[in-house]
Write a protein that binds this ligand. Structure first.
Ligand SMILES: [Zn+2]
Ligand SMILES: [Zn+2]
Length: 65
């Protein structure tokens, strides 16, 4: 399932490693390019192998990817 990036309105591909889909924390789904999220300071560097913490630009809840 694809969508538009929250920031740049470009297409986000759910299957791409560098594209992020935030959907585990609310009734909304937010698509962002990892590059765009990083540019807005929403991505925390990983502390282990679990992935990166991404803060949802809509509700402010962090999700781990
Ligand atoms: Zn983008
Ligand atoms: Zn959210």
């Amino acid at each position: 399932m694809n969508g538009e990036c929250y920031f740049c309105r470009g297409i986000v591909l759910a299957g791409e490693a560098d594209d992020l889909v935030l959907d585990r924390h609310g009734d909304h789904r937010v698509y962002v390019h990892r590059e765009c999220a990083e540019g807005h300071g929403l991505v925390d560097e990983p502390t282990d192998e679990e992935g990166v913490a991404v803060t949802c630009p809509e509700c402010g809840v962090a999700e781990t990817h």
